[in-house]
Design a protein around this ligand. Structure first.
Ligand code: SF4
Length: 420
């Protein structure tokens, strides 16, 4: 018998002979559920400054900081699922093998797994208590209230109906996420009324029914707008979109853009944000020195606090620009921008779509060519065809309903001043 087996047998015999065993758990039991240990790199204490209770009571700024942290942590806790460790303890309690669980954790996963007698030494992240009357409230609605009251813009990554979403968006235990996230999304859409909430869809080769996805997310779920982006990955991956897939994507984009035009001519809202965003750029006369705001106004933060070019590079040391603690390293940032300016992309110098494209997505270039500075010449035809579609729609709107384009006027001065 190995030492481990002997130890297991010994614990089993203790449990069998005990009449009131309890189990004490700590952060280790939840790391398999994707919740970082508080003290480990990437854990809560490495990322956030502690807001002490007296400070919380005295300062509105401290309360704001506390709730900001709470919202961020909520994202990790809200979608975590119990793992086999939580489930075993729930079964032991049900069978009378243990009396209950004492936990240092605040994630609530023991209760979700089915444990009924749980003593939470440090409280719970799933509820908040009123400091006057001590009433307890579920945290989810409070986070939604915070987002709405502070007019925080929210875009949710979701790929479509259940069969589409669950193909790639799965939890650590392999189960699809649709059934868990959708009720919460619907609740957020119901409560967050101060800013439009958008959806952002990643398209893959088997999930290219764009109209169906759009209809589901707008009409059936209630998103105000939906934007689509093809997955950026190496071309040999089985979910990468091949050339015929890009043709299909373009045809469907054009069909949806035609619907957008019809709605815009009648003064109705249409939530296809890809066309709206491009119309806005055309209206402002944008001539992009860089393909997007990555490394400028758009940055990605990984769970360990590193700041990278954008969300797609979050966690990549090679594309790190700083940390949330030390700020942006300006020399690294300037070096990046100098290397990636459109003036240095000689392949693009004669292209009429250059002011809108500027060489295309850094992440696409990185996965295709291993170099963020390379222009994405493999999808030039697609970009030009899509830009041409949007230019035609802009022309139609200018001639037949110029009032529609006025929605882009008020931001002209502010936003162009950020582009240099
Ligand atoms: S469409 Fe092609 S050539 Fe034109 S700017 Fe984009 S990457 Fe460069």
């Amino acid at each position: 018998m190995t030492t481990n087996a002997a130890a297991i047998e010994m614990v089993a015999s203790w449990l069998a002979s005990s009449r009131s065993a309890v189990v004490l758990t700590g952060a280790g039991i939840s790391t398999e559920s994707g919740i970082p240990d508080f003290r480990s790199p990437g854990g809560v204490w490495s990322k956030y400054r502690t807001v002490y209770y007296d400070e919380f009571l005295e300062s509105a700024d401290a309360r704001y900081e506390y709730w900001r942290q709470k919202c961020e942590m909520h994202r990790e806790f809200a979608y975590a699922q119990p793992n086999v460790g939580h489930q075993v303890l729930a079964r032991w309690e049900a069978s009378g093998c243990i009396r209950g669980v004492i936990t240092q954790n605040i994630d609530g996963l023991h209760q979700i797994a089915g444990s009924g007698r749980v003593l939470e030494l440090h409280g719970t992240a799933r509820q908040a208590a009123c400091i006057d009357c001590r009433a307890r409230y579920e945290i989810g609605p409070l986070v939604e209230q915070f987002l709405a009251q502070n007019r925080v813009g929210v875009t949710i990554s979701i790929d479509g109906p259940k069969e589409v979403q669950d193909q790639f968006r799965v939890f650590a235990n392999g189960t699809g996420s649709y059934d868990i996230v959708m009720p919460k999304i619907r609740e957020l859409l119901r409560r967050h009324r101060t800013r439009p909430v958008g959806a952002r869809v990643t398209l893959t080769t088997n999930q290219l029914d764009i109209r169906r996805i759009f209809q589901h997310l707008t009409e059936e779920v209630g998103f105000w707008e939906v934007g689509f982006a093809p997955v950026t990955t190496a071309p040999n991956r089985d979910y990468a979109i091949a050339e015929d897939g890009f043709d299909s994507m373009l045809r469907q984009f054009q069909a949806l853009a035609a619907d957008f035009l019809e709605a815009a001519l009648q003064g109705r809202h249409h939530g296809f944000s890809n066309v709206k965003d491009t119309l806005e750029e055309i209206h402002k006369g944008v001539s992009k020195p860089f393909p997007c705001g990555a490394g400028l106004g758009l940055l990605g933060v990984s769970t360990d606090g590193d700041v990278a070019l954008c969300h797609r590079f979050a966690g990549s040391d090679a594309h790190k620009l700083g940390t949330v603690r030390t700020g942006i390293d300006r020399l690294v940032q300037i070096g990046f921008l100098e290397k990636h300016h459109i003036a240095d992309k000689t392949d693009c110098s004669q292209c009429w779509a250059r002011p809108m494209c500027a060489g295309g997505c850094y992440h696409e270039a990185h996965t295709r060519y291993g170099d963020t500075a390379r222009p994405n010449l493999h999808y030039c035809e697609w970009i030009r065809a899509w830009t041409d579609t949007c230019l035609r729609i802009y022309g139609e709107l200018s001639a037949r309903n110029p009032g529609f384009l006025e929605q882009f006027d008020d931001k002209v001065e502010h936003e162009t001043s950020q582009v240099s």
